[in-house]
Design a protein around this ligand. Sequence first.
Ligand code: UDX
Length: 469
Amino acid sequence: MSKICVIGTGYVGLVTGTCFADMGNDVTCVDIVEEKIARLKRGEVPIYEPGLAEMIARNVRAGRLHFTTSYREGLADSEFIFIAVNTPTGSTQGSADMRYVEMAARMIAEELDHYAVIINKSTVPVGSGDVVTRIIRTHLARPDVSFAVVSNPEFLREGAAIQDFLNPDRVVLGSSDMEAAHRVAALYLPLRAPIIMTDIYTAEMIKYASNAFLATKISFINEIAQICERLGADVKEVAVGMGYDKRIGRAFLDAGLGYGGSCFPKDVRALAHMADEAGLHPQLLHAVMEINQDQRRLVVDKLVSILGSLRNATIGILGLAFKANTDDMREAPSLDIIRWVTGQGALVRAYDPVARETARQAMEREGIRLDLVTFCSNAYEVAEQADAIIIVTDWNEFKSLDMVQIRNLMRRPVLIDGRNIYEPREMVSLGFTYRGIGRGTGPAATVLPASDSTTLPPAPTCERTLIGE
Ligand code: UDX
């Protein structure tokens, strides 16, 4: 059992602290926001994350998980201090705002009275490990105290955070102090994951490069989707066909409205900014960001091309959160889409299974006219008298709606499927004017398991016309 302090109770901090407690360690989570800590002490979890509330309650009951606003209390006897505060986009051209990390480093320095390993989990620009070391050294209240700094980027996804933390594909540790890095490695040994030990700059870069690569995969498939649309191919089947190639893999090849959330947008921007600052011009990263923004606009263009004008039209929005299984609205495509359609005179009826309050707050912050938005309590209510519906988030409950009922409730049966969850032919046969992202209308492809590949299915009647025929 180790004594651990985690600074910051956002997604990463709260999940890290809770999971380490669940692994038998004694963990204190520190946050300077009193209201957050008060809520956690009352057993209320400030974020929606499946399984987290139960895990927190279990570990609090077992006396292994504590919450405080006091650095002194959190740091007392802690061998490991994790910094897991947020690094939002700063004011200059996508740079990462290091304010909270620097503040945490200073507060640690003011209270630290024994040797500890300080581990940075926040996504920070390459070279920040040195900044943290310098700040702590400068502000140490007890200059005789020694410490080590280790970078340990976190790769968990919202909505699958506990599962991802406890079953990581890899653990990355970067430090100039290998003994300290080995101590941190020991914390992760029960997870039986590959552990990569490297220098601090490389560890910081691994996080940015991983997120940027995944974002690139998404923008790549979105560009392919646009080409598919023009040439009559179906991007969903293209992704399946590509995904069987082990060098490519099927994950993150879902074409749609592009990426949102707290990580990809800000990390790609920050990496591009770092490269720009270093005198480079990272063309690919800039293209990735441009394509991502285009995806949102294309959906509204599709709407306009079908409805003509949006003035006085009622547009149904299914899903507000940036992705399923979260109430997080950060950089959610729904915000841009609602801003644009209301800007063109439309009224919006919106529903999300979880993101309601967070959606309302985000819209207010973004200056969206809330008087034009009606929040509904289910998908069928959204459909009432709607001139079109846009599926924005792929929540499971949107995947098996009674589409006949939906169609009958709508004023005009127009369905823009921003997450490709329905089959184009089926929707057309139900009477919808349907637009997915990069969906052709050819016969669905069949994939046989390898062992059955000698028995071929009857050849489908191909209705596609080849270009040039
Ligand atoms: C991501 C990374 O996956 C994680 O490793 C990192 O620590 C934080 O950022 P998260 O933002 O929680 O996690 O969500 P993720 O599930 O990765 O999805 C990111 C965005 O990409 C979502 O908006 C999602 O809708 C979109 N996406 C994902 C696609 O558009 N297509 C895909 O194929 C996959």
